[in-house]
Design a protein around this ligand. Structure first.
Ligand code: NAP
Length: 398
């Protein structure tokens, strides 16, 4: 019987065998990658005697064309009520009232973690020599930092009033032709993100959590993020985790928590990826780092993401690439990002058997060099297949 997922008082998800899951097909290539992904999900779930009752909700162009609204309230309500959902890519309306539909959904549902696991699958073309050494999970803060949208345009009345306040009250001199942005990073926001990363690392038997920050320059935002992280380890996790300075880099059997400055991190994830495991970082650093890392293991066609609030249980899993409009409707692009976002979703639901099966079948397909155009152009002797054929090949190997 179709039922809703609920959340118990202790915050754990109660997942029925036939949950109702809302989904957004997505704009552009969403019409290709969503149906392909859905066939993989349905086949994998059926194998374990379960069923998903899909509930389509609208957002983006499809919503705008049908309702005049880019993000109808009904859609937000569906994600709120059903706790967990999944989406394809959405067009960001240019010059519209909403800066980004993705950012709007994250902020409305307070999905404070952007979860981006980055690992390599055998056979995936990569620009680095040892992509198999990349196995990291990024926890990117999703609600604060420069993404809070607090900025004023150069030359406006607001900008000159803000500049006057900063000059008169704080003695800061700002050039008159400047746009000004505000970067809020809170103790509670930082700690809940880092707490989620630590709990994930402990749950999954990971070796370390690295706090990535730019605290050498931005002391009271990025530097504070680092300090609050170590404080959290001492206050709440001292029996199971230890900060680098408190153990001289020798954590014994505890989880090691260390930190690294963002710029050197971007270099070291390339030169010694094996030193990084779980990463907890502020919003903008996380944005750069996620895409840079995705490039090492095959690019955005195959990089999954999840936006999660571990307290309320809400989660929206999503393709990390955009709508790639030039390929829309051609049954051409790689559905890997949505498929692996589904894997993340199933892991989050506790359906680890389903998740593992999909990963195995996807790996087997790619290992046989049956791939979409993006991998085919980088792989000698590959068999290039359409989006739907790639999904069918995965289903065959389930
Ligand atoms: P994009 O849609 O991500 O496409 C950029 C390039 O990435 C494509 O030209 C293609 O590369 C490659 N690519 C994208 N999806 C792929 C897939 N499934 N398989 C294989 N390769 C794929 O970025 P964009 O053109 O900058 O943005 C287009 C629209 O998407 C904009 O409206 C933007 O706001 C929106 N967007 C949405 C999201 C989201 O919903 N999460 C994220 C980012 C952007 P090649 O040209 O090399 O083949």
């Amino acid at each position: 019987m179709a039922e809703r997922i609920t959340v118990a008082t202790d915050g754990t998800l109660q997942v029925p065998d036939e949950p109702i899951l809302p989904y957004i097909e997505g704009d552009g290539t969403g019409v290709d990658i969503w149906p392909a992904s859905q066939t993989v999900f349905d086949a994998a779930v059926a194998k374990h005697g379960r069923r998903i009752v899909w509930k389509e909700v609208l957002a983006g162009e499809k919503a705008f064309n049908e309702t005049g609204d880019w993000l109808p309230e009904e859609t937000v309500e569906a994600f709120r009520e059903h706790i967990i959902g999944i989406k394809g890519p959405l067009t960001t309306p240019v010059g519209g009232g909403i800066r980004s539909l993705n950012v709007a959904l994250r902020q409305i549902l307070d999905l404070y973690v952007c979860l981006r696991p980055v690992r390599w699958f055998t056979g995936v073309p990569s620009p680095v020599r040892h992509p198999e050494k990349v196995d990291m999970v990024i926890f990117r803060e999703n609600t604060e930092d420069v993404y809070a949208g607090l900025e004023v345009q150069a030359g406006t009345e607001e900008a000159s009033r803000l500049a006057a306040f900063l000059r008169d009250d704080l003695g800061w001199t700002i050039k008159p032709n400047s746009g000004i942005g505000i970067k809020p990073v809170s103790e509670s926001g930082s700690k809940r993100l880092i707490r989620a990363a630590l709990e994930y690392a402990l749950r999954h038997g990971r070796r370390s959590v690295t706090l990535v920050h730019k605290g050498n320059i931005q002391k009271f935002t990025e530097g504070a993020f680092r300090a609050w992280g170590y404080e959290l380890v001492r206050d709440e996790f001292s029996d199971v985790a230890v900060g680098w300075d408190d153990c001289g880099g020798n954590p014994g059997d505890k989880l090691l928590v260390k930190d690294a400055i963002a710029d050197i991190t971007l270099q070291q994830v390339l030169t010694r990826p094996e030193d990084f495991d779980v990463i907890a970082t502020t919003n903008l650093n996380g944005d750069y780092l996620s895409d840079a890392l995705a490039a090492q293991v095959g690019g955005i066609g195959i990089a999954p993401g999840g936006n999660i609030n571990y307290v309320t249980g809400h989660g929206v899993f999503e393709a990390t690439h955009g709508t790639a409009p030039k390929y829309a409707g051609q049954d051409k692009v790689n559905p890997g990002s949505v498929i692996l976002s589904g894997v993340l979703m199933f892991e989050h639901l506790g359906w680890t058997d389903v998740a593992a099966d999909i990963v195995k079948a996807l790996e087997a397909t790619i290992a046989e060099h049956i791939v979409t155009y993006d991998f085919a152009r980088l792989t000698e002797g590959a068999t290039e297949v359409k989006t739907s054929e790639f999904a069918a090949a995965i289903v065959e190997r389930l």
